[in-house]
Design a protein around this ligand. Structure first.
Ligand code: GTP
Ligand code: MG
Length: 272
């Protein structure tokens, strides 16, 4: 069995930084893990990738091609579809190691996850290659500290969960950037009471009056079905990182089917 974290989330939410820190965490734990860069537009990341999609196709290839003439967003979708068409390349680059643990650092275009099929198809390809895949969806915690933003962020996470249909962990990134009062606000998301949070959204605007019932229904949906939970992550805190990795590994049952190591001992000599 092979294991994968599909690291996804909006642009700039901290995916590449997360991959680097998780890799370092694994190194400290003396466990092997690798990162694959799947962002054809990536310019900078700190890890040494096992595989880099830019060696197959770069966003510029799609944008500068005289026939394709894509803009940056269409170009990115084209690159991901190109990767799928050339899945043999990826398979060969990944090798055939059993017990692989790979973090896939994905592009930050949210449409890829929320309603397009290309990433879902990629997940199926990975599953066919014997990977157990967990979606790790990062949201910048700075954008989640009031009711309206929380609702928007939660609905985004939900649409990704529904679209990809894989085990899924939501992470609130960049907690170190939050001030004291923002952190307090954030505590409400750890055990969210969605109806309560949505009272933040309530105000006397005409828009709110018109859509109050919808807002309440969304709050009830999120709460009643425990659909979306967020895991706050401060990358300066090793224990925090360790707890998150443990949760993700539980989801993909990492290590559960590892071979039991049995050593045969020679029977002791009679005169010993
Ligand atoms: N303070 C702080 N900054 C962070 C953290 N994670 C990421 N950043 C910063 O946020 C910016 C974006 O981080 P990236 O890791 O490149 O984000 P990304 O999601 O890979 O971005 P795209 O690939 O462009 O979608 C960089 O300037 C990072 O240094 C964090 O936990 N704390
Ligand atoms: Mg990145």
């Amino acid at each position: 069995m092979r294991y994968a974290q599909l690291v996804i989330g909006p642009a700039g939410s901290g995916k590449s930084t997360y991959c680097y820190h998780i890799l370092r965490h694994f190194e400290a734990e003396r466990q092997s893990a690798k990162v694959v860069n799947l962002d054809p537009a990536a310019e900078h990341f700190e890890y040494e990738p096992l595989v880099d999609i830019r060696e197959l196709i770069h966003l510029d290839d799609a944008m500068e091609d005289d026939d394709l003439k894509f803009g940056p967003n269409g170009g990115l979708v084209f690159c991901m579809e190109y990767l799928l068409e050339n899945r043999d390349w990826l398979e060969e680059q990944l090798g055939e190691d059993d017990d692989d643990y790979i973090l896939f650092d994905c592009p930050g275009q949210i449409e890829l996850y929320s309603h397009m099929t290309v990433m879902k198809d990629l997940v199926e390809v990975l599953q066919n290659w014997n990977f157990r895949v967990c979606g790790v969806f990062l949201m910048d915690s700075q954008f989640m500290i009031d009711g309206a933003k929380f609702l928007a962020g939660t609905m985004t996470a939900l649409s990704v969960m529904v679209n990809l249909v894989i085990p899924h962990v939501n992470v609130l990134s960049k907690v170190d950037l939050l001030g004291k009062s923002a952190k307090k606000q954030l505590e409400r998301f750890i055990e969210p009471d969605a109806r309560n949070l949505l009272s933040d959204v309530a105000n006397n605007s005409r828009w709110h009056k018109k859509y109050q019932a919808l807002t309440e229904a969304l709050g009830a949906l999120i709460e009643d079905y425990s659909l979306v939970r967020f895991y706050p992550l401060d990358l300066r805190d090793e224990e925090n990182i360790g707890d998150l990795v443990l949760s993700i590994n539980n989801v993909i049952q990492f290590g559960e089917d590892a071979d039991v190591q049995i050593r045969d001992f020679d029977p002791p000599e009679e005169d010993e």
